[in-house]
Design a protein around this ligand. Structure first.
Ligand code: 13P
Ligand code: SF4
Length: 358
C-alpha cells in the first residue's frame, strides 16, 4: 500500500464526531461515539504536532479503527507502510511483534505500541533457542518464520511470511529445489499451507524414525506446535451451525484456524483478503471466523453488506490497545520498541526476503 493511500484524518472535533457517527452509528451507541470522538480528536492533534503516523491493525476495536489510523491493514500491509514512512514516530496499534517488525524495517524511527501487554500466543510459543535446536535436528532445512514471532526468532530464521503470502513463500522455496522447510510457529498455518501448496506435512513432535523414513527427494513442510489462542477455538460445529442458520452466507476463515475448519469454509485468507472480499464480491451475507472486531469494522465500513454478527471471540492481546492508551502513549512516548543493532540486522534479512517475493 503506497503512502498516498493514507486515510483522511478529520481536522476538528466536529468533523471527527461526524466521521465516527457516519461509520459507527449502527455498530456502537452514540454516547460512546461522543466520548471516543473527544479522545480521537486529541490523538489526531498530537499526531500532527509530533509528525507521527498511526497504523491500525484490522483487529482494532471499531472506535479506534475508524478514527485515528492513517493506515489500516493486515500485518504485511502495515509492515510495508512502516518501512516507507517519512513520519518521525510510528504508533503501531496492534500487538508487540508488529511493533518490532516496524522497528526492524525502519530502525531510525521511534516506534510505539500503546500497551506493554499486547502479546500473542503464537509469538510466545517459540524461542530463538527452539529454532537453534530445530536447525540441529533438521540440518540443511530452510527456516520460515511467521511474522507472528518476536525479533529474536526472526533473527534465527531464513525467511519470514505472513498469512497473506505463506503459500507464495513456500512455493518459491520449492521452486528453488528446497526439500525441507521448517515452518514456525503456527501448527495450523503450517498444515494449511502445506495442503494449499500440495506438499507433505511433518510435525516436529514426531519421532526421528518417522523423519528418517521420509522420501529424500520429496518436499516436506515441518511444523511446530504453537497455536493462535483465538483461532484454535473455532470448530467444525461452528461452521455447520452458520450453514444451517444462513445457508446463503459466504464463510471466510483465517488460516490460523484448524485444517478441519478450513476444509469446511468457502474462503481462507489473511485479514486483508477478508476486507477485499467483503468490499469487492457480492454475496447475500458474510460470516467471518476470526477476531470479532474485524466483523464489526467491516460492518461499519460497508453498511450495504450484511455481516453475520454472531462472533464472541476477541483477542485479549489486541484488546489491550485502546484510544485512551494510544493518547497516553503519544503523550509519554510509551511504550517504545527497542531492539539491539545485532537483532535488527539479523531479523531484517528474512523480512526483506519475504517482501521481495510478495
Ligand atoms: P493478519 O496478518 O492476517 O492481519 O493476521 C495477524 C493475526 O494476528 C491473525 O491472528
Ligand atoms: Fe496472536 Fe491470535 Fe491474537 Fe492474532 S489473534 S495476535 S495470532 S493471539
Amino acid at each position: 500500500m503506497p503512502d498516498s493511500a493514507a486515510l483522511p484524518i478529520p481536522a476538528t472535533l466536529d468533523e471527527t464526531l461526524q466521521l465516527m457517527r457516519t461509520r459507527l452509528s449502527h455498530v456502537i451507541p452514540d454516547f460512546e461515539i461522543q466520548a471516543k470522538a473527544e479522545i480521537a480528536h486529541k490523538i489526531n492533534l498530537l499526531k500532527r504536532e509530533m509528525n507521527a503516523v498511526i497504523l491500525g491493525h484490522n483487529y482494532m476495536e471499531p472506535a479506534l479503527y475508524h478514527s485515528v489510523p492513517d493506515y489500516t491493514g493486515d500485518s504485511l500491509q502495515l509492515s510495508v507502510v512502516a518501512s516507507k514512512t517519512q513520519a518521525d514516530v510510528i504508533v503501531f496499534c496492534g500487538v508487540w511483534f508488529m511493533g518490532e517488525t516496524a522497528k526492524i524495517l525502519n530502525p531510525v524511527k521511534t516506534v510505539l505500541v500503546p500497551s506493554e501487554k499486547a502479546g500473542c500466543s503464537l509469538a510466545e510459543g517459540i524461542t530463538a533457542e527452539d529454532v537453534i535446536a530445530l536447525r540441529k535436528r533438521f540440518p540443511g532445512a530452510i527456516v520460515v518464520s511467521y511474522v507472528n514471532t518476536y525479533a529474536s526468532v526472526k533473527a534465527e530464521s531464513d525467511y519470514c511470511c505472513t498469512s497473506g503470502n505463506a503459500d507464495k513463500v513456500v512455493k518459491h522455496l520449492i521452486a528453488e529445489g528446497k526439500k525441507r522447510i521448517v515452518f514456525l510457529p503456527d501448527e495450523y498455518l503450517a498444515r494449511n499451507t502445506a495442503k494449499d501448496v500440495g506438499v507433505r506435512y511433518f510435525a516436529a513432535t514426531d519421532s526421528d524414525e518417522d523423519y528418517a523414513a521420509l522420501p529424500a527427494d520429496e518436499a516436506v513442510v515441518i511444523g511446530w506446535k504453537a497455536r493462535c489462542e483465538v483461532h484454535e477455538l473455532f470448530t467444525v460445529e461452528d461452521v455447520e451451525n452458520i450453514r444451517k442458520q444462513y445457508p446463503d452466507a459466504v464463510i471466510l476463515a483465517h488460516p490460523e484456524c484448524s485444517p478441519e475448519v478450513i476444509a469446511k469454509v468457502d474462503i481462507s485468507g489473511s485479514t486483508k483478503l477478508m476486507v477485499d472480499y467483503v468490499r469487492d464480491v457480492d454475496a447475500p451475507r458474510y460470516a467471518l471466523l476470526t477476531e470479532c472486531s474485524m466483523g464489526d469494522n467491516l460492518a461499519a465500513e460497508f453498511p450495504h453488506r450484511e455481516m453475520i454478527r454472531s462472533c464472541t471471540l476477541r483477542c485479549k492481546h489486541m484488546n489491550t490497545i485502546t484510544l485512551e492508551d494510544t493518547l497516553e502513549g503519544l503523550r509519554k512516548l510509551q511504550y517504545r520498541v527497542e531492539l539491539s543493532d545485532d537483532i535488527i540486522t539479523r531479523a531484517r534479512t528474512p523480512i526483506d526476503r519475504m517482501i521481495s517475493i510478495r
